[in-house]
Design a protein around this ligand. Structure first.
Ligand code: PLP
Length: 306
């Protein structure tokens, strides 16, 4: 099939969104050794920027994955086959997340919706109130249903959990909400926020994010389920080792006169939260993969150090 392109191709879909020229130019560079100190330096800057985007002081796990992979990571870390979860139907992405939950043998109470409005928080609250034995382990909502444009306010769902004193985890898919709508992982008491790079962040697809609360981390730690995209081990060690590893990378570069110190400063631009795009938080040339820092964190872990 011949596809005729006249002029510049301009995507007019909800995502992947158009990538700003500034980001495209930043990507036009030779490949980087993903086990180098230079990559570690970039990786730490991206991890810190991700925390600013999600508005959290908690670790943000970054996976080389689509949003679907980040959905899966949220599930495999915190839930086990047979666990009951509550999920409102707000559109096609809720249906797809349901499909993944069912593949992992979760017992999903899928609250039917008409795809014209966000989740019915009253219905969620009634289900939580009726669940006296606390069998529901998670409430899983889509912040912005890309397929329908229906928005579910995560804070309202948190309030329903609090009013019913229900301990279930609150998981929010903010794949197309992040950097487009207001989002507050910490202040809204979200346990797992699921994000992707190709929507409000205006980056290419390929990075999946899980921002996780302390409670979700504790649940993941105790979870015996098998997983590869873990929220423990490497990622946590990296967050814990952040400063020392960055300093090491910086002093190495500075000694060579590389001027890395300049690039390591936190981005000076005020955070452009909810303004769309990633330029204001210095994540423009994010690349996926692991780095020398991963290896260093692994060695520390194997040596029994945090
Ligand atoms: C709300 C929402 N969730 C999940 C996804 C799935 O993300 P991906 O296509 O990167 O797997 C999308 C993608 O459009 C989405 O908009």
């Amino acid at each position: 099939m011949t596809v005729l392109h006249t002029g510049r191709h301009f995507l007019q879909i909800p995502g992947p969104t158009n990538i700003p020229d500034r980001v495209l130019r930043a990507m036009d560079m030779p490949g980087m050794d993903h086990r180098s100190a230079e990559f570690a330096e970039l990786g730490f800057a991206v991890m810190a920027a991700s925390q600013r985007i999600f508005r959290t002081r908690q670790p943000v796990m970054i996976y080389p994955s689509s949003g679907t992979g980040a959905w899966e990571a949220a599930i495999v870390n915190t839930l086990s086959p047979g666990d009951k979860v509550l999920m409102p139907e707000t559109g096609q992405f809720a249906v797809l997340w349901l499909g993944i939950a069912e593949k992992f043998k979760l017992d999903v109470d899928f609250l039917p919706g008409d795809w014209r409005r966000g989740a019915d928080v009253g219905q969620i609250e009634a289900k939580l109130a009726a669940d006296r034995e606390h069998r529901i382990k998670a409430v899983m909502v889509i912040h912005n249903e890309t397929s329908t444009g229906c928005v579910t306010p995560p804070l309202e769902v948190r309030k329903a959990l609090d009013r019913t004193k229900h301990p279930a985890l609150l998981m929010v898919d903010t794949i197309s909400g992040l950097a487009a709508l207001e989002y507050e992982h910490d202040a809204w008491g979200i346990d797992v926020s699921v994000g992707g790079s190709q929507k409000g962040l205006m980056l290419p697809p390929g990075l999946g994010f899980n921002a996780v609360s302390e409670k979700a981390l504790a649940v993941a730690k105790a979870n015996p389920s098998m997983r590869s995209r873990d929220q423990q081990g490497r990622h946590l060690a990296l967050h814990a080792g952040d400063q020392s590893a960055v300093r090491a990378a910086r002093s190495g570069q500075d000694a060579r006169g590389g001027g890395a110190g300049e690039r390591l400063r936190p981005p000076q631009a005020p955070q452009r939260r909810n303004a769309g795009g990633c330029q204001g938080v210095g994540i423009g040339n994010a690349v996926s993969g692991t780095g020398r820092a991963f290896a260093r964190a692994d060695r520390r872990r194997h040596a029994g150090r945090p």
